[in-house]
Design a protein around this ligand. Structure first.
Ligand SMILES: [Zn+2]
Length: 311
């Protein structure tokens, strides 16, 4: 960089700094829709931000009951980070509106859709509408269950925080590098743990685990819900039982917020194990961060696979 460009850069930085409001000298207040995003935001923002999340990890993220306390959080937020892909469409838009916080409205600088850089599976090729009851009209929104997407989410957050605090870009970049490096190391370990069980056939209740399955080598042969967001029907359950018997499927992965009546009935018919597996940080109390989510789920899964001898 020659002197002229470095002077220009310094002036640009000074102008940017001057345009940031006085309050910006304190910590940024970040609100995330889920505990997964909160965990990743904490990794990147460190002590430069304060983070709160709205949905609890043991709740179905498609259907969260609005509470006045959520609006209070959103009123004070500098930045709102959402999973996007319509995951929160049933509950977030009214909360954003009622917060009357212009900074975090969709399209404003303080609204970040974390799916922007992520690899999204199951993008519909035909015209799917929510009127059909399908809660995944824009592809599968449970994309955080692949650590590769975790890194991409981290990058989006680092870029956004740097936009708010240009002077702290080096800090956020360093935090991102640290997060990515630790996640790479952990992912190698998780892949090695799962390698002997590659191709294990499972069914899941909702389509929460396609990214997880693709990364860690599970073969999902069916779903207890006939369509995402549509409760089980007797005919679909019967078809699923027959398919599980045909393919010798011995594991059902059930998200913590679904009724176990149908999964248990299927288990009685097929001899499969019902495994309640959290798809989110906070899904069970031991899973306090993004790393522990994979640690917990992979250990749980391997224990179950060994028990059934299934593959
Ligand atoms: Zn879903």
């Amino acid at each position: 960089m020659n002197i002229r460009t470095s002077v220009a850069a310094a002036i640009a930085a000074a102008l940017l700094a001057a345009s940031v409001p006085a309050r910006a000298q304190g910590k940024l207040y970040v609100v995330t829709t889920t505990e997964d995003l909160a965990s990743i935001a904490r990794e990147i923002g460190g002590d430069h931000i304060t983070v709160d999340s709205i949905a609890k990890g043991y709740q179905d993220p498609h259907f969260v009951e609005a509470k006045p306390s959520f609006i209070l959080k959103l009123q004070k937020a500098d930045l709102l980070i959402a999973v996007g892909r319509d995951l929160e469409i049933g509950w977030l838009p009214p909360l954003i509106q009622q917060s009357r916080n212009s900074k975090i409205q969709v399209g404003a600088q303080g609204y970040l859709d974390a799916s922007l850089g992520a690899t999204i599976l199951e993008i519909p090729t035909s015209n799917i509408t929510r009127a059909m009851g399908d809660v995944h009209p824009l592809g599968n929104p449970h994309y955080w269950l692949d650590p590769e997407n975790g890194k991409r989410i981290g990058k989006e957050i680092a870029d956004k925080l740097s936009e708010f605090r240009p002077g702290d870009r080096a800090f956020f970049d360093q935090q991102l590098t640290s997060f990515t490096t630790r996640l790479d190391t952990a992912e190698k370990r998780w892949l090695a743990m799962m390698a002997p069980y590659k191709g294990t056939k499972v069914v899941t209740y909702h389509r929460s685990f396609p990214n997880f399955a693709e990364r860690f080598g599970l073969d999902i042969i069916g779903y207890i819900e006939p369509r995402p967001g549509i409760p089980p029907t007797p005919q679909h359950t019967l078809d699923l039982i027959n398919e599980m018997k045909r393919q010798h499927v011995k594991i059902e992965l059930i998200e913590p917020y679904f009724d176990l009546k149908t999964p248990n009935a299927i288990a009685r018919e097929t001899g499969a194990i019902v495994l309640v597996m959290p798809p989110s940080v906070g899904g069970v109390k031991e899973v306090t961060d993004y790393f522990k989510l994979f640690d917990y789920d992979i250990n749980l899964l391997i224990e179950a696979i060994k028990k059934t001898g299934a593959k």
